[in-house]
Design a protein around this ligand. Structure first.
Ligand code: GDP
Length: 194
């Protein structure tokens, strides 16, 4: 099995992105925190796994949010041999502010923690920066440079070595992500998708 997982905070647009990518109906606007377990989709030969959305939101207890995080980590550990790529979906316009809020509390944002963990597990992370329709064209590069810096890379984002795909899932603008995935599948000799 060749598995690709999708992970991100609640409300980043992960379901919307998966719908556009696979043409399958992943429920959009799920109440945050309701789904604890990963959801599997089959897409060609690929197993695509939609991880539960993480993060603290109203209506979700701190305990439940911790459970979600633990479930994600356990799932990745248990299936690290077959998970080849992890698409980390972030809400571009909201990301930097969220990271700064966590920094101010001396805590590591879950997205960044997950990123390090994926690297440790030898899983290739691809960061899908969603909701780019909200960002002015002139501000895009600067914002993406700051985002990769938070992930621990030196910019510019296009050359930092982290695969970054700016997308606007709701508008169906996901080409940078499909291209990045296609390219990686090709390198992994799995070019039978997209
Ligand atoms: P999930 O919780 O990560 O699965 O997020 P959803 O797919 O349910 O989307 C959360 C909200 O973000 C919904 O209101 C979507 O319409 C909205 N959304 C998703 N993608 C985009 C996007 O590319 N741009 C904008 N502006 N909103 C989006």
């Amino acid at each position: 099995t060749f598995e690709v997982i999708f992970a991100g905070r609640s409300n980043v647009g992960k379901s919307t992105l998966l719908n556009k990518l696979t043409g399958q109906n992943v429920r959009v606007g799920k109440r945050p925190g309701v789904t604890l377990k990963p959801i599997h989709l089959y897409f060609g030969d690929f197993l695509i796994t939609d991880m539960p959305g993480f993060g603290f939101m109203s209506g979700v207890t701190k305990e439940k949010a911790e459970d979600v995080k633990d479930n994600i980590v356990n799932y990745i550990e248990d299936h690290a041999d077959r998970i080849k790529i992890a698409v980390q979906v972030i809400d571009g316009p909201a990301f930097l502010e969220i990271v700064e809020r966590w920094d101010a509390r001396d805590e590591i944002p879950i997205d960044l923690e997950l990123h390090s963990f994926l690297l440790e597990m030898n899983i290739l992370p691809v960061v899908a920066v969603n909701k780019m329709d909200k960002v002015k064209e002139d501000d895009m590069d600067g914002m993406l440079d700051q985002i990769v810096e938070k992930f621990g890379y030196e910019g510019p984002w296009k050359e930092c070595g982290l695969l970054v795909a700016p997308v606007a899932a709701r508008d169906g603008q996901i080409r940078p992500l499909t291209s990045a995935l296609k390219n990686e599948f090709h390198k992994m000799k799995r070019d039978d998708l997209f």
